[in-house]
Design a protein around this ligand. Structure first.
Ligand SMILES: [Zn+2]
Ligand SMILES: [Zn+2]
Length: 427
């Protein structure tokens, strides 16, 4: 079974410059050529306001987000929640911002339902032509997509196509989405990452401690200085999290035990809870043997933003020097179990080499108890690559035994070699 696995560590890459579009002057006439049709010069208001149509000319002078989205697609619903928060905060502080929803919903009912949640304006669902023209103009290939237009901007490249990423990354701080503002945010982010320490990551002006398992004892954040620290972003409502947690607990205990025997180094995990209420936090954390940020602490949100975490579970590894080692702790745990410690590039490289060496002595093909066909040894270069092991359900990469007939694939360590006859009887 092939899966896409994201092993790219974005945190080590230079900060990307925002994607920009064609130079354009957003004047009133441009706005109406974008958003109006020959028999419509207005937009639908949010459903919470009395049914007052909004003239397109009223948008003149505002920063405008053209928002392509659909209710049937979970990533849209996910982003929608975040965008509503940002929009409402910008509105309440009087920022000159407006959003226009361009629907890709299946039918009018779905559109109306989705619009109920939206505090901003919409192109009428029936106006297919305008919606199509906007999709074409901004070359929208995937949703959610948020295109940001600047008011009466005379400078070139002032249209931003990656509004979704900017909102996820910077939240309200991204406003007014000018090139200058975004460059300033990138500089600030780089400064923060350069001066990162475990203390400035995990404390805030009101709190300099973490909770231990009893939830009663406060452990100073400073006690983590000099240790390898895993930040575990997880929640009890998230099924992949609940499945990963017991695995992480057992591996954590093995790493701790090995380090204790060796002496000198230390490892700790801090649970960063994305739970929805105090009770689920307490019951989830209750089973974990490590430390936690208090439930609902402001650092929970700022850490997710700072590390640009879009999916949980996520295990971010901080080195003894306080710098980020990797954001792929979860993948590394799945691939190498306790051997993954201390998660550094050098360690991963040596694990890969070890796997290469070990593979040299493996038989080229095997029959495996539980599969009727012969399995062939494959590697990254010979038809292998990231996979999910059909025997233990964990991720694998590099070497594997693969069935060329049906794609069945297992870790070399999961092979239970049998003779051809007995592998069939086993089924
Ligand atoms: Zn396996
Ligand atoms: Zn097969």
């Amino acid at each position: 079974m092939k899966v896409e696995m994201n092993l790219v560590d974005k945190s080590n890459n230079p900060v990307r410059t925002p994607t920009t579009g064609d130079p354009e002057n957003i004047s009133a006439s441009t706005l109406s050529s974008l958003l109006a049709s020959k028999d419509r010069d207005y937009l639908l208001p949010s459903t919470t306001e009395a049914d007052q149509q909004v003239k397109i000319s009223d948008l003149e002078g505002k920063v405008i987000g053209i928002y392509f989205s659909a209710n049937w697609y979970p990533p849209c619903k996910n982003f929608n929640r975040v965008l509503i928060g940002v929009y409402e905060e910008l509105k309440s502080n009087g920022s000159n911002f407006e959003i226009v929803f361009v629907s890709s919903d299946e039918d009018l009912d779905a559109f109306n339902g989705y619009r109920q949640s939206m505090p901003w304006l919409s192109i009428p669902f029936s106006d297919l032509e305008t919606k199509k023209a906007l999709n074409r103009k901004y070359k929208v290939e995937s949703i959610p997509c948020l295109v940001i237009l600047q008011p009466e901007d005379t400078k070139e490249d002032s249209t931003f196509f990656d509004g979704v990423e900017l909102i996820y990354r910077y939240g309200v701080d991204a406003f007014p989405f000018t090139k200058e503002k975004l460059e300033e945010l990138q500089r600030e982010e780089k400064r923060k990452h350069d001066s990162q320490t475990v203390t400035n990551l995990l404390t805030n002006p009101d709190r300099d401690y973490l909770l231990d398992q009893t939830m009663a004892r406060k452990v100073p954040v400073d006690s983590l200085v000099g240790k390898t620290v895993g930040l575990y972003l997880s929640a009890q409502w998230c099924l992949p999290c609940v499945e990963f947690t017991p695995k992480l607990i057992s591996i954590y205990q093995k790493i701790k035990q090995t380090l204790e025997e060796k002496g000198g180094e230390d490892f700790e995990i801090v649970f960063v809870s994305n739970d929805r209420d105090q009770n689920s936090f307490e019951s989830y954390f209750g089973a974990m043997p490590w430390l936690a940020l208090p439930f609902g602490d402001p650092s929970v949100r700022s850490l997710a933003k700072y590390f640009d975490v879009q999916w949980i579970p996520c295990l971010i590894i901080i080195g003894p020097d306080g710098k980020t080692v990797t954001k792929q702790g979860r993948n590394l745990i799945n691939l190498y179990q306790e051997d993954a410690y201390p998660f550094t590039d050098a360690k991963v490289e040596s694990l890969e080499k070890e796997m290469e060496e070990a593979a040299k002595s493996l038989p080229r093909s095997e029959y495996h108890a539980g599969h009727r066909h012969e399995l062939n040894l494959v590697s990254e270069g010979s038809g292998g690559g990231p996979f999910i092991c059909c025997d233990c359900d964990e991720q694998g990469s590099g070497w594997a035994y693969q069935c060329l007939e049906c794609g069945y694939e297992v870790h070399p360590r999961c092979i239970r070699a049998v003779t051809p006859q007995s592998s069939i009887e086993d089924r």
